[in-house]
Design a protein around this ligand. Sequence first.
Ligand SMILES: *[C@@H]1O[C@H](CO)[C@@H](O)[C@H](O)[C@H]1NC(C)=O
Ligand SMILES: *[C@@H]1O[C@H](CO)[C@@H](O)[C@H](O)[C@H]1NC(C)=O
Ligand SMILES: *[C@@H]1O[C@H](CO)[C@@H](O)[C@H](O)[C@H]1NC(C)=O
Length: 260
Amino acid sequence: MHNFHALLLLLIVPMMIHGMQLPPSPSPLKVSSSSPATDTLALFGIPKDLWKCGPGPGYVSDQIIQRMNEACPLAAADFNHCCAIHDDCYSNQRGRSQCDQDFCGCMSYHVKHNLNAANCSQQTLAACGLVERYGEQFYNAASQSPVDPAKRLPEEFPSITEEYEKLYKACEKQYATIASCALNFDICYRSPGNRHEKCVVDFQRCLDATHLGRDLDQQCDAAIEMVQWKMVEKVETGGNVTVLVLAEVQNNTITFVKKV
Ligand SMILES: *[C@@H]1O[C@H](CO)[C@@H](O)[C@H](O)[C@H]1NC(C)=O
Ligand SMILES: *[C@@H]1O[C@H](CO)[C@@H](O)[C@H](O)[C@H]1NC(C)=O
Ligand SMILES: *[C@@H]1O[C@H](CO)[C@@H](O)[C@H](O)[C@H]1NC(C)=O
């Protein structure tokens, strides 16, 4: 089940600005995900079941995908991660205003720090204001929906597969976020021009940041730490990654390794 996302307003806002109107009642069943224009796997490398922005298959989600593809396609994975975190937050009823604030913070972080996201700056600001105003009913509905079971294991990091699988048992309240961390690692790793070391460090950070989205949970903390150890154990043999990770440790930017 997808939850409501502010990013659906990426669509609505520019349409209002341009004086256009939504069709009278867009059918949620008007699926056109096989169309090349809305195939998130082809456009962004994101499989359909892991696409989290929008209210589920249908007209509105298709429009979000197309607009993102026009304005900030290379930031799709980052924004989709914001949507995944927001999904988990709503599913677990962690407080609507907190969820929405975090969502806005997540988007604006990427707009500020990621040149690929900057071109969607106006849309994210508008979306943010609107979700804060209209999110209530979606938040309430999310308490009745089952948690999205879509999983993802990091395909480009086979040596940690077994440990990663365990996260889905230990951290069952954060399926969407954890699946998205794995997906975004693969996307990073497969993009020409990205240093693989950077992808590993981003992956560590992504897992590290999950603690912000849960109450104290020693079981999940321990499972995440095991995955992170496994990653370091693996990269140590590679040479350069270790150097980078160590630099991050010195900078105290990865809390996990800080403990070493
Ligand atoms: C920025 O977004 C607009 C559409 O909103 C698009 O026409 C333009 O090509 C985008 N620019 C870049 C650099 O992606
Ligand atoms: C490690 O770093 C050295 C020097 O920066 C570079 O020449 C080499 O290609 C790197 N190795 C890998 C596997 O990235
Ligand atoms: C560590 O911090 C310094 C100074 O802020 C910065 O120049 C450097 O890039 C950082 N290193 C890493 C690996 O983040």
